[in-house]
Design a protein around this ligand. Structure first.
Ligand SMILES: *Cc1c(COP(=O)(O)O)cnc(C)c1O
Length: 229
């Protein structure tokens, strides 16, 4: 990806976020753009970084770790993929936010390795809002119990919730799932008695609907890097 292309695409996505914010009375500074670089190499990351993008998201540990080494220093990396238990310890301390904690065993592995490294690992809980059989994420009914375990882990910091909604042709189709995630977050925050600021939701096709429903982190791949091969 050339730098002109990167610049144009980044400006386009930032403009969409800004327009969506303006339409619903939000401050665009409340929405963080996570540039999803999976299947794109370190040079594509460098091109976008040269345009000012600092936060990148990856879905596969074995793809991400060498890419992080090869990419410009000083970027912030987020993990947004399904985290297998046998790879979980490799994620600790490498990613500023792990968006996808969805079970107690995984939380315990992250806690143990964060303690060993004497660091605090920020995490979100991924919720399977629509109860889709094939999809990762804790069921809404299991959210409180998982959140209580994570909240008790001294080396994990629970920032909020994340969702990958069902796929729709209509970009507004995912909106009820986004609204539901916000409601679950509000209820959980009041139950835990502390704010859970992060709502990770919205991708290339539906970021406007997500912003309207309160997204703080939108995860955009295709519209920044082009199609994945
Ligand atoms: C790949 C991926 C994205 C980016 O999706 P695009 O439609 O390419 O913007 C966002 N979130 C997650 C969890 C992903 O796996």
């Amino acid at each position: 990806m050339g730098e002109d292309t990167a610049k144009t695409r980044l400006a386009g996505v930032l403009e969409r976020i800004e327009t969506a914010c303006r339409a619903c009375g939000r401050d665009p500074a409340e929405v963080t753009l996570v540039a999803v670089s999976k299947f794109h190499d370190a040079s594509a990351v460098a091109a976008l970084a040269a345009c000012g993008q600092t936060i990148f998201g990856e879905s596969y540990i074995q793809e991400a770790l060498p890419k992080i080494e090869a990419a410009p220093a000083g970027l912030s990396w987020h993990f947004i993929g399904h985290l297998q238990r046998n790879k979980a310890k490799l994620a600790v301390g490498r990613f500023d936010l792990i968006h996808t904690v969805d079970n107690v065993e995984l939380a315990h592995i992250l806690q143990k390795n964060a303690a060993a490294q004497q660091l605090t690992q920020a995490v979100c809980l991924q919720v399977n809002v629509a109860g889709e059989a094939q999809k990762s994420g804790v069921a809404p009914e299991g959210l409180d119990a998982l959140a209580e375990v994570v909240a008790q882990c001294p080396n994990l910091r629970l920032d909020g919730l994340m969702v990958i909604p069902p796929v729709f042709d209509d970009p507004e189709g995912a909106r009820p799932a986004f609204a539901r995630l916000r409601e679950l977050r509000d209820a959980l925050a009041s139950r835990l008695g502390r704010p859970l600021p992060t709502l990770s939701m919205g991708m290339s096709g539906d970021l406007e609907a997500a912003v309207t429903e309160g997204a703080t982190h939108v995860r955009v791949g295709t519209d920044l890097f082009g199609p994945r091969i």
